[in-house]
Design a protein around this ligand. Structure first.
Ligand code: SF4
Length: 459
């Protein structure tokens, strides 16, 4: 498995890993691969399939322009984005990678092919640049989910890092369980050993802690921010007001399940931040970015662990193992297999992470992840208005609660169960392959059609 925990958890901006983060990375990579840029006179970007159909709602157009300017998802200042884009549009030109200025307007140089797909994936992009001597370079990239991209013909999505030999290679959960049985190591211990072939112990821990800090800041900001989400649906942010309501000490209606309501609000807070284009961590995607932070906060605060710092690291490493298996053997792209691959996978990752952090066995971790996916099988992706808002925000709240239930069920058992994680991942892959395209991040089916046409004709 040539993937790192830092591929699964990437610090970036909302609203979408496949439709915002990936396209920004691809646009930048195209120019970097074709540098120097002094002789470039024109650049064009074309979006196909799901990127064209839901791209405006997902911010793909903005992301591509920012990528051409040289911005990265982790480096761009989310608060400066609108001003940067407005200035470029007003000047009718772009400074490519901050080096070379060419004429550019979104209307003329950014083309949406809504009825056309490129052959290798529903999220296709084609970039073209022309040089002063008439030379033209054209290249296709695919955004394959979770911010991963690959160029046309490339075998696997790449993070650009050289391949390394890892001590515990795995393609399936059966491989990981077998390593564990042979060595007596836990899943997070094996993931840690694999990561240490790429980075030092101090770098690994600092990286994991940074991910958790960004997730925690994102929850906090979401719980403090009222107002309306952008995009035209006029969706009101709810996490902050519901959180204030939940904090009133004299509330007469406090109920035992309030702790779970809190978890839903943590998740919704993250996804409201994501929908507003804020700073989030893909986990494993932006659309599903609320579930893991919410369950982590529940673990670190409500479960009152003795050593939350180590526990959070164990949680993230374990969750990453599940994400890697889902990405490798099915998909984490809503455009490829529907929302089961985003919210379903995030739920499984969070459930497994929570079990590991609470001291569960490898078999219990596997069981929790399997439950997390099993009860999302078949879930479609049908975002209203092409925005990552409805059903996505609430869906993360529900996914977080399901993850805690899955972890609880697994921890109460001995790890033996009927359906294996590997089997449920393969079932998810096949279900996604059988799903009609209109349910796979195209906004051509489901809620996206019925609610928009009935209640929101302007969307
Ligand atoms: S419905 Fe699910 S897969 Fe689709 S955009 Fe929303 S969170 Fe992502």
């Amino acid at each position: 498995m040539d993937m790192s925990v830092f591929d699964l958890f990437k610090i970036g901006i909302g609203p979408s890993s496949s439709h915002t983060v990936g396209p920004m990375v691809a646009a930048r990579r195209f120019l970097v691969e074709n540098s120097p840029l002094d002789s470039v006179v024109e650049v064009e970007a074309e979006l196909f399939g799901s990127l064209a159909l839901t791209g405006v709602g997902h911010g793909t157009d903005k992301a591509v322009i920012l990528g051409l300017m040289g911005e990265t998802p982790q480096g761009v200042n989310p608060h400066a984005v609108n001003q940067m884009l407005a200035s470029a549009e007003e000047a009718k030109e772009l400074k490519l990678l901050g080096e070379k200025t060419v004429p550019f307007t979104a209307a003329a140089n950014l083309i949406f092919h809504k009825t056309e797909n490129l052959p290798e994936h529903p999220n296709g992009m084609r970039f073209t640049l022309k040089r002063a001597d008439g030379d033209t370079v054209r290249k296709v990239y695919y955004s394959v989910g979770g911010g991963f991209i690959r160029a046309e013909g490339e075998q696997a999505a790449t993070n650009g890092a050289p391949k390394v030999e890892i001590p515990y290679p795995f393609d399936t959960m059966a491989d990981l369980l077998a390593h564990g049985q042979r060595t007596g190591l836990s899943i997070p211990q094996m993931l840690r050993a694999n990561e240490l072939t790429r980075v030092s112990e101090a770098e690994l821990d600092a990286g994991l802690d940074r991910i958790w800090n960004v997730m925690r800041d994102c929850i906090q900001h979401g719980l403090e921010t009222d107002g309306q989400l952008p995009g035209g649906l006029h969706v009101k942010r709810r996490a902050a007001s519901l959180w204030r309501q939940a904090q009133k000490p004299d509330r007469a209606d406090h109920l035992p399940h309030d702790a779970l309501n809190g978890v839903s609000l943590y998740a919704m807070a993250v996804n409201e931040e994501n929908a507003a284009g804020g700073r989030v961590v893909t986990a494993p995607t932006n659309g599903a970015a609320g579930i893991i932070p919410a369950v982590l906060k529940y673990y670190a605060e409500d479960c009152k662990p003795l050593d939350p710092v180590s526990g959070v690291r164990v949680f993230l490493l374990t969750a990453a193992a599940i994400g890697m298996l889902c990405k490798r053997n099915a998909s984490i792209s809503g455009a490829e297999i529907g929302c089961q691959g985003e919210v379903g996978v995030a739920c499984a990752m969070a459930a497994a992470g929570l079990v590991a952090a609470l001291g569960g066995s490898n078999l219990q971790i596997e069981n929790a992840a399997e439950i997390g996916i099993e009860h999302h099988l078949g879930m479609t992706c049908d975002p209203i208005g092409g925005l990552v808002q409805i059903p996505c925000i609430e869906r993360n709240g529900m996914g977080a609660v399901k993850a805690i239930t899955a972890a609880s069920l697994a921890l109460k058992g001995d790890g033996t169960h009927f359906v294996s994680l590997d089997e449920v991942i393969e079932t998810m892959r096949q279900t996604g392959a059988d799903m009609q395209a209109k349910y796979k991040e195209t906004s051509l089916g489901g809620l996206a059609v019925h609610v928009v046409t009935v209640n929101h004709p302007a969307c």
